[in-house]
Design a protein around this ligand. Structure first.
Ligand code: GDP
Ligand code: IMO
Ligand code: MG
Length: 424
C-alpha cells in the first residue's frame, strides 16, 4: 500500500484529524490536498489538545514529511502563527514541511471579501468560516490568484500583489460600498511571511511522485467532507474545493493510478456547521445532549455545531462518490448516554421515497427522515481497548451501519485520544 486517501464522508468534523494522527505513525508523508484554514483538525495526545488548521495532522510525528499540496489555499500569516504555536509546544514543524509552489495564497483581502459577501447575502448567507476560502478559490479560477511561488522574488511579489490589491479595492468600494483597504502595510507583513515560506517552498508534485516510485507510505488528508464538496455537496451550502477523493489527485498531482485505498471517516451521528439542509437535525433536548456529550463546537470558529441522528442516505451519497475501501467510525462513545438510538434509513421527499441524499436543494429541503430505532448499550466505551470488550448492542449498532452503508467498518474511535481507537 502506498497512497491512501482519507476523506470525511459527512459535513466535516468527522474526526479526521485524530485518525490521520493515528495512521501517521505508519506513514512517511502526510499531504493535505484541498481547503485552507477553514479546517479545524483536532489531535489529542496524552490529554494535550492540538488544533491544526493549515498544517497536515501528521505534523506531530517525527519522521513524517508534511506537505501542503497545490490544491490548498494558504493563509501564510495564519500558517506561520500555527508553526510558531506548534514549535512552542516542543514539536518540530518547519523542518518537516514542504509547501507546494503552486498552492494559491489567501490574502487578508479575501477574508474581507468573504465577510462582505456573507453580510450582503443576509438570511441567504452560507455561514462560511470567514477565512476567505471562497474568495481565494474564486480568484484562482479567475486566473488572478497569487501563488506561493510568487514569494521567490520580492519585487515580482510586490508588483503582483499591488495589482491584485487595486482590483480588490475597486470591488470593495464600488460593489460593496466599503472603505478601501490600506494595502502597503499588508504587503510588508506578507513579505516578512515570504521570508519563512521561501525556506519550505518546493515542487511538491515531484516530491510526491518520487515518494510513490520509492513505495513510501503516503496519506492524503482531506479537509471538510464530501457533502461540502463544491461539485457533490449541498450546493450552494458547500465549501469552494473538492474534498472528495478526486480532489486528492488534482490537489497533489498524484495520478488516480497510484491510489491504493480510500478511508472514509464517518461520525456515529450527524453534525453540520453553517447554513444548509440537514435532514436529521434535532432542535430538541436530544440534539442538545449530542452537542454536549460530543463537545460539538467548531474547532475553527467556536460555533455550536448542529446535531442529529445518523443519516444513512447522506453517508451513502458520500460513499457513492468517494468509493471508500473502508470506513472508520468515530465518536461511538458519545452515543453511550442514550437508552434508544435512532438511525435515518431513508427519506420521504416531495419526489417520493429516497435512500440517497438528493442533489436538488429544493427536493432535499423537503426530505423527512424515516427512522429505525435501535437499543442503546448504556455503558461507557471510552476505556474499551479490545473489540471483544465492546457491549453486544454497540457491536450491533456498528453492524447495522455497515449493512446500511454496504462498506466495511475496520476501525472504531471511542474517544479523542490516540489510544482510544479499535481495529475491528
Ligand atoms: P475533523 O475536522 O474531522 O478533524 O474533526 P474536529 O477535530 O473538528 O472535530 C472532532 C472532535 O471530536 C474533536 O474535538 C476531537 O478531539 C473529537 N473526537 C475525535 N474522535 C473522537 C471520538 O471517537 N470520541 C470522542 N468523544 N471525541 C472524538
Ligand atoms: P474540517 O476540515 C465543518 C463549512 C462552513 C460553511 C461552509 C463554507 O474541520 O472538517 P468556507 O469557510 O469553507 O467557505 O465555508 O463549509 N465548513 C466546515 N464545516 N468542518 C470544516 O472543516 C469546514 N470547513 C468549512 O461552516 O458551512
Ligand atoms: Mg474540524
Amino acid at each position: 500500500m502506498t497512497v491512501t486517501i482519507l476523506v470525511g464522508c459527512q459535513w466535516g468534523d468527522e474526526g479526521k484529524g485524530k485518525i490521520v494522527d493515528v495512521l501517521a505513525s505508519r506513514m512517511d508523508v502526510v499531504a493535505r490536498y484541498q481547503g485552507g484554514n477553514n479546517a479545524g483538525h483536532t489531535v489529542v495526545i496524552h490529554g494535550d489538545k492540538y488544533v491544526l488548521h493549515t498544517l497536515p495532522s501528521g505534523i506531530l510525528h517525527e519522521g513524517v514529511t508534511s506537505v501542503i499540496g497545490n490544491g490548498m489555499v494558504v493563509d501564510v500569516m495564519g500558517l506561520i502563527r500555527e508553526i510558531e504555536e506548534i514549535e512552542s509546544q516542543g514539536f518540530d514543524a518547519l523542518n518537516k514541511l514542504l509547501v507546494s509552489e503552486q498552492a494559491h495564497l489567501i490574502l487578508p483581502q479575501h477574508g474581507v471579501l468573504d465577510k462582505a459577501r456573507e453580510q450582503a447575502l443576509g438570511s441567504e448567507r452560507i455561514g462560511t468560516t470567514g477565512k476567505g476560502i471562497g474568495a481565494a478559490y474564486a480568484e484562482k479560477m479567475a486566473r488572478r490568484g497569487l501563488r506561493a511561488c510568487d514569494f521567490r522574488n520580492r519585487d515580482h511579489f510586490a508588483s503582483k500583489y499591488r495589482e491584485y490589491a487595486r482590483h480588490c479595492n475597486e470591488v470593495l468600494t464600488k460593489f460593496y460600498g466599503m472603505e478601501p483597504l490600506e494595502t502597503e502595510s499588508i504587503l510588508e507583513e506578507l513579505q516578512t511571511c515570504g521570508e519563512t515560506i521561501r525556506k519550505v517552498l518546493g515542487d511538491s508534485v515531484s516530491f510526491l511522485n518520487k515518494a510513490v516510485r520509492e513505495k513510501k507510505q503516503i496519506l492524503a488528508e482531506g479537509a471538510q467532507g464530501v457533502l461540502l464538496d463544491v461539485d457533490f455537496g449541498t450546493y450552494p451550502f458547500v465549501t469552494s474545493s473538492n474534498p472528495s477523493p478526486g480532489g486528492a489527485c488534482t490537489g497533489l498531482g498524484i495520478s488516480p493510478r497510484y491510489i491504493d485505498s480510500i478511508t472514509g471517516i464517518v461520525k456515529a451521528y450527524t453534525t453540520r456547521v453553517g447554513q444548509g439542509p440537514m435532514p436529521t437535525e434535532l432542535h430538541d433536548e436530544t440534539g442538545e445532549t449530542l452537542r454536549r456529550e460530543g463537545g460539538e463546537f467548531g474547532a475553527t470558529t467556536g460555533r455550536p455545531r448542529r446535531c442529529g441522528w445518523f443519516d444513512a442516505p447522506a453517508v451513502r451519497r458520500a460513499l457513492q462518490i468517494a468509493g471508500c475501501t473502508e470506513i472508520t467510525l468515530t465518536k461511538l462513545d458519545v452515543l453511550s448516554v442514550f437508552d434508544e438510538i435512532k438511525v435515518c434509513t431513508s427519506y420521504e421527499t416531495s419526489q417520493g421515497p429516497m435512500d440517497l441524499l438528493p442533489f436538488d436543494l429544493e427536493v432535499l429541503k423537503s426530505a423527512r427522515p424515516v427512522y429505525e430505532t435501535v437499543p442503546g448499550w448504556g455503558t461507557d466505551l471510552s476505556e474499551v481497548r479490545e473489540t471483544g470488550a465492546l457491549p453486544e448492542k454497540a457491536d450491533a449498532y456498528i453492524k447495522r451501519l455497515r449493512e446500511l452503508l454496504d462498506t466495511p467498518i475496520n476501525m472504531v474511535s471511542l474517544g479523542p485520544d490516540r489510544k482510544q481507537t479499535l481495529c475491528i
